[in-house]
Write a protein that binds this ligand. Structure first.
Ligand SMILES: Cc1cc2nc3c(=O)[nH]c(=O)nc-3n(C[C@H](O)[C@H](O)[C@H](O)COP(=O)(O)O)c2cc1C
Length: 399
């Protein structure tokens, strides 16, 4: 008797029917999308990085009014980069310069310099999730402090961390995190690297997933470049126990992406994505457009995260109103043009229908494979002690 492909230790732990996760879409999440995926039997996630504790409480209450199924709330452990507190008015003016003519053309008055002030603390956001007893707490850009992970365990809140390297996955496992999302280079949005620079942590999903499967015992979730049944089947063959898709869900009506953003995702332009620090100060993937090309030019000065994000927002809000997608960050992964999801239920149903006949054979094959011996069984690296553990303004190792 073959194992049912959709039943494994991760789906049992999460209490979901299918090992399909809608990845958190920080800034573009919606309660409806999260609930729609969870109602189908997958795991919907909500990216709450920019919300206050009060806002998080409200979002959780709304998701709970839309679904009785498990869902994940996601936070960024580290929320500011070195230099953010020291960035002065002249740095602000240097970074504003390449945006100035676009702001003027769109009729936006020049934003004024304001010294950096932390908007929300990770610990306060996490408190809101813990007090609400969310079913799943996922995070990126580091590992939460031990007391938070201990409280999750005590409350049976399942934790999922994001890794872009084997060292990060190992550090997450050592900290007692329940599962790891292997975030391949193809993925849309930010590279959540926390032990080495994001530029040095650009392994693709095909190479990253088996590396992680070989070095950690906790379940590995494949994230990055998966958008249709072929991607899901490939991820299962690599040993992933679930997939996490983000970009494909951006195009559906329930997503928090703007109409303009969704139109570009469904167009031929979606085939060309690139990595840039220029939209927020942290490395992230989006569709190549005029804004990315201009800001990626040598010599353009980028403010540390989150200052650059706030600066570019002045332009993107106005560009969206003016119908100018060429001047907006258009987050997307490399598989943006592979598939679109215009109706969440129909998309997930056809995914499951197509996967089911082949997936059990693949799972069986994987279970019977000889144990792979990793070249470096213990990825202990000199970077290990540099884990970013807090969002409270502590110095982190990333730039
Ligand atoms: C717009 C956007 C925002 C994202 N925000 C977050 C986030 O806040 N936290 C997180 O852990 N992952 C975030 N991700 C990553 C996704 O959850 C998911 O892992 C990734 O999109 C999977 O790769 P794909 O884009 O190729 O499907 C984001 C991705 C996108 C496209």
């Amino acid at each position: 008797m073959l194992p049912r492909w959709n039943e494994n230790r991760l789906t049992a732990r999460l209490g979901i029917e299918y090992p399909i996760i809608q990845g958190p879409l920080g800034g573009l999440s919606s309660q409806r999308l999260t609930a729609a995926v969870s109602n189908f039997g997958g795991l919907g996630s909500f990216g709450a990085l920019n919300l206050t504790p009060e806002g998080i409480k409200d979002v959780i209450a709304e998701i709970r009014s839309l679904t009785s199924k498990p869902f994940a709330m996601n936070l960024w452990v580290s929320q500011e980069d070195e230099g953010a507190r020291a960035a002065d008015e002249s740095a602000f003016k240097r970074s504003l310069a390449p945006l100035a003519r676009h702001l003027a053309a769109l009729g936006v008055s020049t934003p004024a310099y304001k010294p950096y002030a932390q908007a929300v603390r990770f610990e306060d956001q996490a408190r809101a999730l813990l007090d609400a007893n969310v079913p799943v707490f996922s995070f990126i850009f580091g590992i939460p402090p031990r007391e938070i992970l201990d409280e999750c365990r005590a409350k049976k809140i399942v934790t999922i961390g994001a890794a872009t390297t084997a060292e990060e996955a190992f550090a997450l496992e050592e900290a007692g995190v329940d599962a790891v999302a292997a975030s391949g280079f193809e993925a849309g949005g930010h590279r959540g690297s926390f032990l080495q620079d994001a530029e040095d942590s650009l392994t693709g999903t095909f190479a990253l997933v088996p590396q992680l499967v070989d070095v950690v015992d906790i379940p590995v979730i494949a994230a990055g470049g998966i958008a249709d049944p072929r991607g899901v089947v490939a991820a299962l063959a690599l040993g992933a126990e679930a997939v996490q898709m983000g970009t494909v869900f951006l195009s559906c009506e329930e997503s928090g992406a703007s109409r303009l953003h969704r139109e570009v995702l469904l167009s031929r332009n979606a085939t060309r994505t690139g990595l840039t620090k220029s939209f927020t100060g942290r490395l992230a993937r989006g569709i190549r457009n005029r804004l990315m090309e201009e800001l990626n030019q040598p010599g353009v000065q980028i403010l540390p995260y989150p200052l650059q994000r706030a600066l570019v927002r002045n332009l993107s809000v106005a560009a969206e109103k003016a119908g100018r997608p060429d001047l907006m960050p258009l987050w997307a992964g490399q598989a943006a043009s592979v598939a679109a999801c215009t109706d969440v239920k129909a998309f997930l149903s056809s995914l499951v229908d197509e996967i089911s006949p082949i997936a059990e054979t693949i799972m069986q094959w994987n279970a019977n494979r000889p144990q792979t011996k990793p070249l470096n069984a213990s990825p202990v690296s000199p970077m290990r002690n540099r884990t970013a553990v807090s969002g409270s303004g502590e110095k982190t190792n990333r730039t």
